[in-house]
Ligand binder design. Structure first.
Ligand code: TMP
Length: 205
């Protein structure tokens, strides 16, 4: 079977961490050979860029710089980690990918979507995720969960309007590409969220 490239997306506080652990459990049970990685990050250079992108040291970073750094980290990640893994037959489970750039830089920062699409084509060539699980829940629910955490990073401290735009773009993309992007109702209790994930992933395992 062709190895799958699976990505996990959603706004802050939708439960990405606990659901990532559940997806790993499902892949383990199905004896799939896979790697887990994340964006921005996934390589030494990418993790260094992640540090810069999330840090308050660069509070006034221009949105274009932010976009280009996301894609610089991604170029390295694709070349060094994602493509080699898929070529070896390993599945790739990635915590965020290019949909996050459309949602955060396109929606949140209101950058031109066409420029993002151009960068996507340049950096990824034909590579796209095979399946994207979009954990979705209303902002109030996500906020309440995220607020329990430590000091907010440069993105987490954005205002509600920013995150509503992020969510809207994610949902819009899911509407346009329903075969790839599966919306998971993450406002429900964890067991119910996991049921939905299993129903989607089960088809491929
Ligand atoms: P994470 O902590 O959920 O892994 O994500 C780090 C932050 O980076 C999160 O606030 C979303 C943001 N981000 C973007 O703005 N654009 C992107 O392309 C990616 C991958 C993440």
């Amino acid at each position: 079977m062709k190895p799958l490239f699976i990505t996990l997306e959603g706004t802050e506080g939708v439960g990405k961490t606990s659901n990532l652990a559940y997806i790993k459990q499902l892949l383990d049970e199905a004896k799939i050979n896979y790697i887990v990685t994340r964006e921005p990050g996934g390589t030494p250079l990418g993790e260094a860029l992640r540090g810069m992108l999330l840090s308050h040291d660069y509070k006034g970073m221009s949105s274009d710089t932010e976009l280009l750094l996301m894609f610089a980290a991604r170029a390295e990640h694709v070349a060094q980690v994602i493509k080699p893994a898929l070529a070896k037959g390993q599945w790739v489970l990635c915590d965020r990918f290019t949909d996050a750039t459309f949602a955060y830089q396109g929606g949140g920062r209101q950058l031109d979507m066409q420029r993002i699409a151009d960068l996507e084509n340049w950096v990824l060539g034909k590579l796209r995720p095979d399946l994207t699980l979009l954990l979705d829940c209303p902002l109030e629910v996500a906020r309440a969960r995220a607020d329990n955490r430590s000091t907010p990073d440069r993105f987490e401290q954005e205002k509600d309007a920013f995150f509503n735009r992020v969510r809207d773009v994610y949902l819009q993309r899911a509407k346009v590409d329903p075969n790839r992007i599966k919306v998971i109702d993450a406002s429900l209790e964890l067991a119910k969220v996991q049921e939905q994930i299993k129903a989607v992933l089960g088809k491929d395992l």
